[in-house]
Design a protein around this ligand. Structure first.
Ligand code: ARG
Ligand code: GLU
Length: 666
């Protein structure tokens, strides 16, 4: 049956020459895709997605805390993002008396909402192609300065697209009075934690709710108790209609980093050198921290966030390597490049130049990555730099264990000693003086007085051996800084060849739909709700339900300890307006998957249906998808979405915060 559907879909796809569900498109150019979107079920116009003349959906999408996405769902600036995106803010507001991470937080009125110092959101005012203006000699700084004068709270940026073939001005409104409205307990917002991370089937209620406040003129303003809720130009209407296999879905958000056009050399570097090394180093760190966490509940808590951070990319990279190998991305790139050379002999030098610049920079970039993964992971050196900031120092020691850090230092210095080829004169000298990296690390932790807060307070830092170590690290940092770019391919010496290469590709490969790589600017991706073949004979359905949460329930395991409120609702089938009939069961929808092309930064992104209504909140990809940053495969790649009906159910039945549901107009 499934096979039949796929065949028919393929036939249809060729008949109507529809595009694949691949790509992250610039909203201002979405008119070029709108026919394809409509053919796939979308009912709105390009102007509804992005317009500078009228309110459009873009006015309801926010860049949240500089690395996630969020969406406005009421005319009073109520906004939804992921729990893991609000995590820092929620943690900062938490204390032993008010542990909002563990217990959740539910404001019962606007007065109870909590200001989040330092938290900012940005809303795009407009974007503009400034390639010509720059070509004509206008200075980027001037363009930015001029745009920032257009309105109160405006910040502007010029970003390169297609490796510098285009430059775009992005003008944002920056809001800095953002307050926490609601967060589910960790047992919902982080249900399944790292075990389930990057995994489908998934049952995480990964959402949190905030509100934007402004001054009396509806303009961005610093926190003030008298500020008013923001009236957005547009907000998302929430749909409780739900989804089914094949339904059109669109994602509107801020994807951070993809590398669609890199050459075979870069793919090989990622799959054979960079990812495997980083995975191995992080395995060591995770093992060390994990073992210590097992021995002490205190350490488990202290290192929970650090462990989660290390584990997130660690797990992603493993999926990425497998995916690249499964798709044969490297040999596909080789073939593509051979064809390019053959058909563009006059441009073949571009590939030669790319090859040569990779050869020249790869080792340096590897040392930069190695530096990040090894030396920067040794935490105690931070004390040398934080020493004068009393609050930062206190925060540091709150989540620090010197014996864990010693073990990390031993392992990471040994790895560095073995793998680094960068200029590390002082550090190598220290190794030599003590008979090797391991001996040096142990000597350092035997002799430093900074291992505890008490020790720190009683010490003259200048005389501590940690200073010498920190200085040796800085020396290396000074060297690797020249390679400190988002990806190997963004090192200017390499990237400058991508500009003419990608231009030549666009002129040559007319069949290919070229989208600009993600760079944390606003994009649209569209596709459909779809299951997929996980492995031979194993089909994964696109929707999970409360049944799956209850099946995972285990009070003994922290990550699967379902809150009592959910157990009670399940026992009484007390689902209120949110219950559905699915596969013969009365239940509550929890998460679903779709074919939208997403990446890090798309966390919290609104997922909308054919009518432009909010049906879910994006928060992850499946493990088989993570190579999509390099090669997207429609048959395998799935983004993971928290069903808006689960969000509403939790707000209602766990939080008892019905006033928010009323505010969303439901
Ligand atoms: N994998 C998702 C994203 O990259 C969710 C991360 C949440 N963190 C975690 N350790 N579970 O970033
Ligand atoms: N969890 C990711 C984020 O924080 C989104 C998942 C992905 O990489 O697709 O943005």
């Amino acid at each position: 049956m499934k096979r039949f559907t796929i065949l028919v879909a393929l036939l249809l796809a060729t008949t109507f020459s529809a595009f694949a569900d691949k790509g992250m498109w610039l909203p201002s150019l979405i008119a070029s895709r709108i026919d394809d979107m409509k053919a796939k079920g979308f009912k709105l116009e390009a102007e509804d997605i992005y317009s500078i003349n009228q309110a459009s959906l873009k006015d309801a999408v926010v860049l949240f805390d500089g690395g996630c996405t969020g969406e406005i769902v009421s005319n009073e600036g109520l906004l939804i993002t992921n729990h893991h995106c609000g995590y820092d803010a929620i943690q900062a507001l938490s204390s032993v008396e008010h542990d909002y991470l563990t217990d959740g937080f539910w404001a019962m009125s606007k007065e109870e909402e909590l200001p989040c110092p330092g938290l900012k959101v940005h809303i795009l005012v407009r974007m503009e192609d400034v390639t010509e203006r720059i070509a004509k000699g206008e200075k980027v700084e001037k363009i930015i300065a001029k745009a920032q004068k257009e309105g109160k709270g405006y910040v502007a940026k010029v970003e390169q697209l297609y490796y510098g073939n285009q430059a775009y001005l992005f003008v944002y409104r920056e809001f800095s009075d953002v307050r926490l409205v609601a967060a589910p307990p960790t047992t919902i917002g982080k249900f399944g934690a790292d075990n389930d991370n990057w995994i489908w089937p998934r049952h995480t209620g990964d959402f949190s709710i905030f509100r934007i406040y402004v001054n009396g003129k509806n303009e961005p303003a610093a926190y003030n108790a008298n500020n008013k809720p923001y009236t957005p130009a547009r907000h998302f209407k929430v749909s409780t209609e739900g989804v089914k296999e094949g339904d059109f879905t669109m994602i509107y958000g801020f994807p951070g980093n993809t590398q669609e056009y890199i050459t075979s050399d870069a793919v090989k570097y990622i799959a054979e050198k960079s990812d495997p090394t980083k995975i191995e180093l992080r395995t060591q760190r995770l093992d060390i921290i994990g073992a210590a966490q097992k021995l002490s509940p205190e350490t488990r808590i202290k290192y929970a966030a650090k462990q989660a951070n290390i584990a997130n990319a660690w797990k992603k990279w493993q999926g990425e390597v497998k995916g690249i190998n499964r798709l044969g991305t490297y040999s596909k790139k080789l073939d593509y490049e051979a064809k390019f050379r053959e058909q563009n002999p006059d441009k073949a030098y571009l590939l030669d130049s790319l090859e040569a610049s990779y050869a020249k920079n790869m080792e340096g970039y590897f040392n930069y990555e190695l530096f990040n993964e090894t030396l920067r992971g040794i935490e105690l050196q931070q004390v040398v730099f934080l020493a004068s900031d009393a609050a930062a120092i206190e925060r540091f020691y709150k989540d620090f264990d010197v014996e864990v850090d010693r073990e990390l230092a031993v392992a990471m210095l040994k790895a560095y000693e073995e793998l680094a080829t960068a200029d590390a004169t002082s550090l190598r000298k220290l190794f030599a003086q003590h008979g090797g990296a391991e001996q040096y690390a142990n000597w350092l932790y035997d002799n430093t007085k900074l291992g505890t807060f008490e020790g720190f307070k009683a010490t003259n830092i200048a005389e501590d051996p940690m200073v010498e170590f920190a200085n040796a690290v800085i020396e290396i940092q000074r060297y690797v800084k020249q390679f400190a770019y988002r990806n190997l391919s963004n090192i200017p010496d390499i990237q400058r060849w991508y500009q003419p290469y990608v231009k030549a590709l666009m002129e040559w490969d007319k069949e290919r739909a070229f989208f600009p790589d993600a760079n944390l600017t606003l994009r649209v991706a569209y596709g459909k709700v779809a299951g997929y073949e996980y492995e031979d004979a194993v089909w994964h359905n696109p929707q999970t339900t409360l049944e799956g949460i209850i099946a995972k329930d285990n009070p003994e395991i922290y990550d699967y300890n379902v809150p009592q409120a959910l157990r009670d609702a399940y026992a009484k089938k007390d689902y209120g307006r949110w219950g559905i009939e699915l596969n013969g069961k009365y239940t509550v929808p929890v998460c679903f998957i779709a074919t939208n092309h997403t990446t890090g930064g798309n966390s919290g992104s609104p997922v909308i249906n054919a009518n432009g209504e909010l049906i879910g909140v994006n928060f992850d990809r499946t493990w088989l998808s993570t190579m999509s940053d390099i090669e997207f495969d429609e048959t395998l790649c799935r983004n993971i979405i928290c069903d808006i009906r689960y969000v509403l159910f939790v707000v209602d039945k766990v939080g008892g915060a019905g006033w928010l549901i009323d505010e969303m107009g439901l």
